[in-house]
Design a protein around this ligand. Structure first.
Ligand code: ZN
Length: 242
């Protein structure tokens, strides 16, 4: 079985469509979405529709919950807050109900999917350091955990002796007895200096993970953000991958 792991679309329809075309070419068996369908970009409603066509395996991100008042926007920066208020006025009541019922975390037989951290998902902390990874590894004995939220691809691995390290590779085979936390990056607003949309593919049969980068028409997504009178920074950052 071949699974796709997508996160942080953030209402960027152009990036999401490019990834959806790639998914069709890859002939994946199923798609898992790790949160933040909306926020920042100009196409919240159409991104929700496209995601609903692709999968039912969808969890909530902080922006999804903020758009329907389930999470405080006190910790949001002013640009993110403006975009969330704009988003809340754009989506239909049916879409609001859909976002409001999304779970924070899901456990499957061999893996966990969560937006922020598996040990405290509702705090929306960023899992960026070995120390934070260690807390997350303690939470469960799952072999594999997929996350998003930081918009920066990174893999933490815990070996049989309990040593935790960062795996520099973007394509690798998972080892027996090792445990993994994999951040698959962001479809709609990458922040690792590479503006191409990011998503992960996991081949369950031979335990192989690959991070893919997909070019898309960034200029169109930027134009829509400007036309919608959203903060211009949300357009410029897409070209920088920041
Ligand atoms: Zn996000």
């Amino acid at each position: 079985m071949k699974y796709a792991l997508l996160s942080d679309i953030h209402s960027n329809l152009e990036a999401f469509q490019a990834v959806a075309e790639d998914l069709a070419q890859e002939k994946v068996d199923d798609v898992f979405f790790l949160g933040d369908i909306v926020g920042y970009g100009a196409d919240p409603g159409r991104c929700i529709e496209l995601l609903q066509e692709l999968t039912t395996h969808i969890i909530a991100g902080n922006h999804d919950w903020a758009a329907v008042g389930l999470t405080e926007t006190g910790s949001f920066n002013p640009v993110a807050k403006t975009a969330i208020e704009w988003t809340a006025g754009k989506i239909t009541s049916r879409q609001q109900t859909f976002l409001a019922q999304l779970p924070l975390i899901k456990n499957y037989p061999h893996s966990t999917v969560v937006h922020a951290t598996p040990h405290h998902p509702e705090a929306w902390d960023y899992l960026l350091s070995l120390k934070e990874a260690s807390q997350s590894f303690k939470y469960s004995d799952q072999h594999l955990c997929f996350i998003g939220h930081s918009h920066t691809p990174i893999t933490f691995v815990k070996d049989q002796e309990g040593k935790i390290s960062v795996l520099p590779d973007t394509a690798f085979t998972l080892k027996d007895g090792h445990r993994y936390i994999i951040n698959v990056g962001s479809v709609g607003q990458p922040r690792d200096g590479n503006p191409h949309a990011a998503y992960g593919i996991y081949h369950a049969d031979d335990a192989r993970f690959t991070l893919k980068r997909i070019p898309y028409t960034i200029e169109r997504a930027q134009e829509k953000i400007i036309e919608a009178r959203l903060p211009p920074f949300l357009a410029s950052r897409l070209a920088e991958g920041q």
